[in-house]
Write a new protein. Structure first.
Length: 152
């Protein structure tokens, strides 16, 4: 059995670009950035960002171009596809992209606007007042969970 399925949820890095195909259909392309928290070798916390190219066809492409905007959130379900082409200056080129089958839109942004920055206290915990609530990038309070205490 073979499975080629991917799910990503992140913020759009650019507005969708809608084009018409020779067959009369539509194609939209846009980028999504996903972040994850990592622990650096020196023990400090950091964040890694991964960028994904998304391709959408048909009516869904038109809907994405109409409602999605740079900075907005989208949840994409689809499959991974690798394209290749010959470039005169660089030789054989490859590009992996996600061909979306379903797209769920996040909160709607007014046309021309980008998503507001999260209201997160950027000061280290040692510089915050003890009574001052702290929040992570997700907006939930930091609880100081010790990862090593998790049994799995």
């Amino acid at each position: 059995m073979n499975i080629n399925a991917i799910h990503v949820c992140g913020n759009l890095t650019r507005d969708p670009e809608l084009k018409a195909l020779a067959s009369g259909g539509s194609i939209a392309t846009f980028g999504i950035a996903t972040n994850r928290a990592v622990k650096k070798p020196d023990g400090s916390k950091g964040e890694e960002t991964e960028y994904h190219s998304i391709v959408v066809f048909g009516k869904l492409a038109e809907t994405c171009a109409q409602y999605l905007r740079k900075g907005g959130t989208a949840y994409v379900q689809g499959r991974v596809q690798t394209r290749s082409w010959d470039s005169p200056e660089n030789g054989k080129q490859y590009r992996a992209e996600i061909v979306a089958e379903k797209v769920q839109f996040g909160p709607r942004l007014p046309k021309g606007d980008v998503a507001p920055e999260a209201d997160v206290d950027q000061r280290p915990p040692s510089e915050r007042s003890p009574k001052e609530p702290t929040t992570s990038d997700t907006g939930y309070p930091d609880e100081g969970i010790d990862i090593s205490a998790i049994p799995f």
